[in-house]
Design a protein around this ligand. Sequence first.
Ligand code: GMT
Length: 375
Amino acid sequence: MKIAIVCYPTFGGSGVVATELGIALAERGHEVHFITYKQPVRLGLLGNNIHFHEVHVPEYPLFHYQPYELALSSKLVDTIKMYEIELLHVHYAIPHAYAGYMAKKMLQEYGIFIPMITTLHGTDITLVGKHPFYKPAVTFSINKSDVVTSVSEALKKSTLELFEIERDIEVIPNFIEKNKYSTEYTDCQRSLMAKDNERIITHISNFRKVKRIPDVIKVFQRIQKEVPSKLIMVGEGPEKENAEQMCDDLGLKDKVLFLGNSTEIDRILCFSDLFLLPSETESFGLAALEAMINKVAVVSSNTGGIPEVNIDGVSGFLSNVGDVDDMASKALQILKDDQTLEKFKQNAYNVASKFDIVNILPLYEEIYEKAYNSR
Ligand code: GMT
């Protein structure tokens, strides 16, 4: 099929899922067109069946806010017509589903009927979308999509609770590409990060409030009192500066490394022992899944869709949001001896393997076909 994918091109989970899905679809022979304001970070080489179309929003001084939705829907109309695209898949409802619906309506004027799949990712529902300023438009664009998918059962439940939804929502979980990890890194440079006797704890996120970054540091503070360890913090975002200050204040500066954004998180995860994800809310927790496929155990909060990914007592442990004492004691339980740690690491890998793209991609192909045939 010829498929247009709209997503955020950034390091965030929804953009990563959309990009990896597009790449996998292209590998399966589909023609994939990414339409967004910048080339997605995980999108490497473009080729015969993988294209990128940039949405430009020219600055005009009259506009206090530049109209991205308008530019996106116009770009969608032009690209869909030019490349005879057969299906539109938008990731993250705001404003993509709204712009997609407008494009769909405009295309009907040319006798083109294109189905639109909307994938809900989390904050588009639980944080931003439910805000009264956006809610009517988000409700409308979900109801007007031809197929709606959600990345977890928990997110589906929240969507049905928070919005007046008049349609089915299919759950298609996020995925990883297991094949990519089948060969261990031969250049896994653990020694650059920590001494042989130290455990390595990692956190990767966009450093927003919802990630509860101070909890990551509080849990680590407790861990390092009992077990020699280092904390690696990967990502950029509004909470990063506070986090650096907090580490300084707690005398942890020498034990915590802030690495910024990385396109090579596997190189960091390959030497990590434990991943911390104490988020306030998380529709899925793709970062945890990426850790798990790299054989990293996870201690996380038990919010949203995380329990569907991190299996309590198997791939790691779950605690109530904000219960840093419990998280630290569970982390210590995992890290206490090599044998226990190895068991959790292997379990994490086994659980993550179930989310292999080989199992998930056909679910998307199935809904694409159904939507296309019933247009
Ligand atoms: O993690 C974030 O805050 C970024 C956000 C996004 O939309 O890119 O992530 C959301 O989508 C990811 C991919 O489906 C999920 O794994 C994350 O759990 C979800 N984030 C939240 O719900 C906070």
